[in-house]
Design a protein around this ligand. Structure first.
Ligand SMILES: [Zn+2]
Length: 438
């Protein structure tokens, strides 16, 4: 088994920070073995909520613990380590991969994430007794689940190192669950570490108060070569296919894997890349806009329908739908509330899935115009879409660099508009007209 950070593709800076933190954590344990375990201070303690970024170690130094915690030479062994972390980054950048690898490094007997020791192996295999992984399959994380989790996380680590709680999709915490988590993060048990994963630190994703108590590890979009390498090594995909998929996915590891393996995903991408040559007039531009929106809706629906049905059935069973007898009426009133909340969450998930699908299409389209631009400029860079490079070349000849750039900007402006809550159809129609007129 390779060392635990090996699958964290193209995230050199984050890996350096996490290795340093794991080493610091190991130092805390060593100091604790000699004395008692020194406490870590939470990141952001003392800084006002939401105040600037404190991603670096400097912003979240942990000058903590009893005086006895300071090692000979005056180096605080806990500097670099803290109780609560948020891994952020664009979809596909490997947030949960990073969190798991860091959890393993914390449990590693060498404190490095060697990948070989029992601590590393059981954490990566998902069986370590002191690592709890929360993956909200569809349903958001509710308050009861969170309270139970926080309670267990407060117990002494059975392996003698750390209690680690990994929360994937921490942006899906209910408000009450978020508050329960916040309490634990504000006054963390000395050996407990929380690792949250979220798309960003925007207040829509993570509450300002939780964020202010966490150290942020921002992940970036990994380069295509690194993505291709991992597809070949880990997924056994043929090198030429991996290279093509990694370039076409523009740094999204999961998307690259899907493109390499799923013919449906390839078909959807081809439909998007057919847009530029279909734009022959105003009517065609509106048609192309409709087609793009509807394709995104269909893709999103396919991805959430099954989960929606399963969740609803599970909740109805749990609530004992159709029950009679004493208390059934009261139970039904409570049940109606829970079903309503489920529907609300499912609706927001569907909206998000649609936006994600549309955004993927826009990223593909942007790649096409970026190819046209680089060809027009004779820039010595590889095309994003090798399979439509000839078409991009024809575009480059027709539009020149300036026209290619204007079109690329139109696609990017559309993404920004949708992000800013402009109705997707309106934004896409405006983009299509701009792409046609140039
Ligand atoms: Zn290890």
């Amino acid at each position: 088994m390779p060392e635990v950070f090996a699958d964290l593709v193209g995230q050199d800076e984050a890996v350096v920070e996490l290795r340093r933190a794991a080493a610091a954590a190991a130092g805390v344990l060593r100091a604790g073995a000699a004395d008692r375990a020194p406490a870590l201070l939470t990141a952001g303690a003392g800084e006002s909520a939401g105040a600037g970024e404190s991603a670096g170690p400097a912003g979240a130094a942990d000058p903590l613990g009893p005086a006895g915690a300071v090692a000979p030479g005056g180096v605080d062994p806990s500097a670099g380590m803290t109780h609560a972390w948020i891994f952020t980054g664009p979809p596909g950048s490997g947030r949960s991969v990073a969190a798991r690898a860091f959890a393993a490094a914390l449990q590693c007997v060498h404190g490095t994430g060697c990948g070989e020791c029992p601590g590393c192996r059981t954490t990566m295999g998902g069986t370590h007794a002191d690592v709890r992984l929360v993956v909200p399959e569809g349903l958001s994380i509710g308050v009861n689940e969170m309270r139970a989790l926080v309670l267990r996380a407060a117990s002494t680590p059975s392996g003698g190192r750390w209690q680690v709680v990994v929360i994937e999709d921490a942006d899906r915490l209910t408000e009450a669950a978020g508050n329960a988590l916040l309490k634990a993060i504000e006054e963390p048990p000395p050996r407990t570490v929380f690792l949250l994963c979220a798309p960003s630190t925007h207040p829509d994703d993570i509450s300002v108060t939780i964020r202010s108590r966490c150290r942020v590890v921002p992940l970036r979009q990994p380069p295509a070569d690194a993505v291709a390498e991992v597809l070949v090594r880990r997924d056994g995909i043929a090198p030429d296919v991996a290279q093509w998929a990694a370039a076409a996915a523009q740094g999204h590891v999961g998307r690259a894997r899907r493109l390499a393996r799923d013919p449906e995903a390839r078909k959807r991408r081809e439909a998007v890349l057919a847009v530029p040559r279909r734009l022959t007039g105003v009517g065609a531009a509106f048609d192309a806009a409709s087609a793009l929106i509807e394709a995104a809706e269909a893709e999103a629906e396919a991805s959430v329908t099954e989960a929606d049905t399963t969740e609803r059935a599970a909740l109805e069973t749990a609530l004992g739908a159709g029950g009679t007898g004493r208390g059934a009426a009261g139970a039904m009133r409570g049940a109606a509330g829970q079903l309503k909340e489920l529907e609300k969450r499912q609706k927001s998930r569907a909206t998000r899935a649609q936006r994600d699908a549309l955004d993927r299409a826009l990223v593909d389209l942007a790649g096409f115009y970026r190819d046209a631009l680089t060809i027009a400029l004779r820039a010595p860079v590889a095309p994003v879409h090798t399979d439509t490079a000839a078409l991009a070349g024809a575009g480059a000849q027709k539009w020149d660099a300036e026209g290619s750039l204007r079109r690329l900007e139109a696609v990017l402006a559309c993404r920004v508009a949708i992000e800013a809550n402009v109705k997707p159809r309106i934004a896409v129609e405006a983009m299509m007209l701009a792409l046609w007129k140039g």
